[in-house]
Design a protein around this ligand. Sequence first.
Ligand code: FE2
Length: 283
Amino acid sequence: MNKFHTGSLIYPVDLCLNVKDLDKMVEFYNDTMGFDVITKEEKGVQMGVAGKKILSLVRPDNVIQKPPRRTGLYHFAILLPERKYLGSFINHLRNNNAPVTGGADHEVSEALYLQDPEDNGIEVYSDIPDSQWTWQGDQVNMGSEPLDFRGLMEIGKDIEWKGMPEGTKLGHMHLHVSELEEAFLFYNTLGFQRVAEMGGTANFISTGGYHHHIGLNVWNGKGADSAPENATGLRYYTLAVSGEERLENIFKRLAEKNYYVTSEEGVLYTQDPSGNRIQIEIA
Ligand SMILES: [Fe+2]
């Protein structure tokens, strides 16, 4: 299912993490997550699938561990092209005794959760066909039922794990923010609509009727500060839009509302009101 990460939408394509131990992180994302190394330099490594960048790892000077209770990454979510690959990935993790922190059937997707060695949250998921999603008006129903581990492992058992399959992408970002409505208004300016809310502490937003391209929550506390620039965790993430005109429109809308935005060589640099840094590029 590719229609929610293409065309006239705005959607996440890659992210960059600040890391302490670059070698250990590259090893984890290579061996456990099954990403390829695309480019490797002393202070930074680009990784992805089938030559397409999904994750950059950068070791900043004087890097520090991210302090607790800050805004930033809750998890990034890797979208697999088919359900059977989620089964294959689960079998691969089991064969390698890799720790899994949880799993859930969300009615729109089936998701597995884990943490990387520097405590960044990762989700790996596959979408249930959108024809099976249910809506109440413009709000999508998302639950959290037990994941069918047994069924997934069965469907994946004949697929030999050779890393993430072609077509794997960054499906969504889930961020800690300091204030929900303030964050929503910023993302709404970019073009995102609210498609689900959870208990007044989380919002799920998307374009084009996806179940969510971005999750926003205040689970690290309302009014949480952003992390220092040299802290581990999210450095920035990238959103893609289809063309130059759309990029220019976004620049104008952000500037009109006095949000921070600059432009350099066809890339917009901005940040949400919680200090989560964003690059916006033409797909
Ligand atoms: Fe998620």
